[in-house]
Ligand binder design. Sequence first.
Ligand SMILES: Cc1cc2nc3c(=O)[nH]c(=O)nc-3n(C[C@H](O)[C@H](O)[C@H](O)COP(=O)(O)OP(=O)(O)OC[C@H]3O[C@@H](n4cnc5c(N)ncnc54)[C@H](O)[C@@H]3O)c2cc1C
Length: 413
Amino acid sequence: MVTSFAESTKTSYLLDSMMLSSPLIVGAGPTGLAAATFLAQHEIIPRIVDKRSERSKFSKALAVNPRSLELLEPTGVTDQLMALGRKLTGATIHRNDRIIGEVDFENLEHRFPFMLALSQATTERVLAEHLAEKGIEIESQIELVDSPQLGEGKAQLVHVETQANESVEAPWILAADGSHSVARKSVHVSFPGETYDRAWVLDDIPLATDLASDRAHIKWLDDGFLFLLPVFTGDEKPGEPTLWRVMGNYPDPVAHLGNSNPIGDSHWNSSFHIAHRLVEKMQVGQVYFAGDAAHLHSPLGARGMNLGIEDAWVFAELAKRDELKLYHKQRWPVDNAVVQRVRTVTGFAKGESWLKRTFRNLMGPKLLRWSKVRNQMMRTVTGLDHPLAMLHSSEQAAEENQPRRRSRNKETA
Ligand SMILES: Cc1cc2nc3c(=O)[nH]c(=O)nc-3n(C[C@H](O)[C@H](O)[C@H](O)COP(=O)(O)OP(=O)(O)OC[C@H]3O[C@@H](n4cnc5c(N)ncnc54)[C@H](O)[C@@H]3O)c2cc1C
């Protein structure tokens, strides 16, 4: 039986003086929420804290990939996400207003041959509600502050409202506290990589457009690029115009839309600097890094949130097997390969110098005719660019026991 979070927390406080308290997740973004979800499935009940008073309302990541859907399926969360989101069938690459390439997710040999368009805010809400049903409540307004002994599992927390301090000692701490991770700084782990000078800008805005709303669109323009994707929250009303994410490396990407036109106010406008970074170590003593606390890359790969969900799944599997010592070895090479791949694709797509743009505009259409290139792009975006050792070995084991059952997921990557 799963104990309610309030009960387990109370119990853990009582036990504090005698023994270690519950495992601790710092950060209730998608990574921390997914980790708590996967752990609860194995009856490991963590404490999960977040410094915010309420969940972020920003749409941020707009698509849940097939790998995340597959990992979340046994928890029941995938069905809930599917009821709210819309299927994206592929991506179309345009050179100005001419189509020069298409990637079709339907070609995937996978149980979920599509990306699920759904705003990150909705995905987080569904995960948080799922946890609440399991009796796990997120403790909001509790902030991890600089903790010199974090590597030994000793965290310093501050209750934001009252400024009360709390010291906890946990058997392990999952640092899912985002790109500016205090946990990372506390244990002095470096976060090497680079940040682009030029800001990218996004606008979530209703558009009148001929662009298919079941696809992502990348437009290579003469002096930059645009990325367009429909934004779905699950709250759409019939007849409402589709909201689009318009993102690009221009100060005002909406001004470069060409044949599409805004038909309402912007719902969210933001400017940000793209970084490609990866922690040097995914584990220091009792602290493990996951999600944006461990890796950053451009949103063009559609992997940020999804890679964090995969980190969370691997972490929970290893915790269940009491093999957390393997976490760095299993995750770092995968996360490194993804960050490097997305970095290369982004460098090619953004075309920020005359020479790079000329190369992109000349070579891009030729490369996109090559099915191997399209296949690699598809696998990168969908998260199916690497096998997941524990997932696929357990599937193989299940198949060996039931030789007549067909594989649901034949990955060839
Ligand atoms: C504009 C934009 C577009 C994006 N598009 C995509 C996309 O298309 N596809 C995709 O997969 N990803 C995308 N991403 C990336 C995605 O949003 C992130 O990768 C994702 O949010 C990472 O989740 P996380 O849980 O690791 O970190 P976060 O979402 O940053 O969550 C960290 C949580 O930790 C809490 N926290 C931080 N510090 C502390 C502390 N000291 N103590 C307690 N709590 C703390 C924060 O309040 C927060 O709730 C996009 C991001 C942005 C900004």
